[in-house]
Design a protein around this ligand. Structure first.
Ligand code: HEM
Length: 216
C-alpha cells in the first residue's frame, strides 16, 4: 500500500514537473521574440491570449505548475523535518526550498505586473489590420525604465536554472551514490537543461539593459 502511494506520488510529481518544463519552454520561446521582432512578439502574445487551444493548454500547464509547487514544497519541508535523513539530503532540500521560495516571490511580482497592467491600461497597436495589446512596448518599457526589474529578472533566471538543474538531477538519479557513467550523463543533461533556461530567461532583461547602457 505504502509502495503504491509512493509510486502514485512520484507519478504526479513527475507529471506536474513535465507540465512545468513545457510551460517554461513555451513561455521562453514566445518571450525571446521580444528581442527579435516587435510585431512577431505582439502577434505571439495576442495568439496566446485569444486562441482557445493555446489558452486551455497554458491553463492546464499552469495548473501542473501549481501542483508541482505544492507537492515538492511539502516533500522538501518533511525531508528537512525528518531526522532520519542524511545531512546531504537535508542540505539539498533546504537549497531547493530557498530557491523555490525566491521563484514564488518573483512569480507574485511578475503576475501582478503583467495581469493588472495587461488587462487595464496597456497601449494598443495594429498588426496586419488587427488591433491588439502592445505587449512589446510594455515589456521593453518595464526593462528600460528600471535596472531593479532587470536585475530581479536576471537573478530569477539564474536561480531558476540552478533549481531546474538540481530538480532534474534528483528526479533522474538512481539511488546509488557511486559515480557511474549513467550518473555522469544525468549530471550533464541536468546541467544542460538548467543552463538553457538560465541563459534564455536572463538574456531578455540583459538585452534591454545593454541596449540602454550602450544607447542602441
Ligand atoms: C524575461 C523573462 C520573462 C518575460 C519577458 C515574461 C513575460 C510575460 C508576459 C508578457 C506575461 C503575460 C502574458 C499574457 O498576458 O498572456 C507573462 C505571464 C506569466 N509568466 Fe512570464 N515572463 C518572463 C519570465 C517568467 C518566468 C521565469 C516565469 C516562471 C518562473 C514566468 C511565469 C509566468 C506565468 C505563470 C504567467 C501567467 C500565465 C500566462 O499568462 O502566461 N515568467 N509573462
Amino acid at each position: 500500500m505504502k509502495a503504491n502511494n509512493t509510486k502514485g506520488y512520484t507519478f504526479i510529481v513527475s507529471l506536474s514537473g513535465l507540465s512545468l518544463i513545457l510551460f517554461l519552454t513555451i513561455h521562453l520561446c514566445i518571450n525571446i521574440l521580444v528581442v527579435m521582432d516587435k510585431s512577431a512578439y505582439n502577434q505571439a502574445t495576442y495568439f496566446m491570449q485569444h486562441n482557445l487551444v493555446a489558452q486551455t493548454t497554458e491553463n492546464v500547464l499552469a495548473l501542473g505548475f501549481l501542483v508541482h509547487i505544492v507537492l515538492t514544497s511539502h516533500k522538501a519541508i518533511s525531508d528537512l523535518r525528518n531526522k532520519k535523513n542524511g545531512d546531504n539530503k537535508k542540505l539539498a532540500s533546504k537549497d531547493m526550498l530557498i530557491m523555490g521560495g525566491l521563484i514564488i516571490c518573483f512569480l507574485t511580482m511578475h503576475l501582478i505586473q503583467f495581469w493588472s497592467k495587461a488587462n487595464m491600461n496597456m497601449l494598443q497597436t495594429k498588426v496586419n489590420g488587427v488591433v491588439m495589446n502592445d505587449t512589446y512596448t510594455f515589456v521593453s518599457e518595464l526593462f528600460t525604465s528600471s535596472p531593479f526589474y532587470c536585475i530581479a529578472y536576471i537573478a530569477t533566471g539564474i536561480v531558476l536554472g540552478l533549481h531546474m538543474r538540481n530538480g532534474f538531477q534528483s528526479a533522474l538519479s538512481s539511488s546509488q551514490s557511486e559515480k557511474t557513467q549513467l550518473n555522469k550523463n544525468i549530471q550533464l543533461v541536468s546541467s544542460g537543461i538548467g543552463f538553457f533556461f538560465m541563459i534564455g530567461f536572463s538574456s531578455i532583461p540583459l538585452f534591454f539593459l545593454l541596449k540602454k547602457w550602450l544607447f542602441l
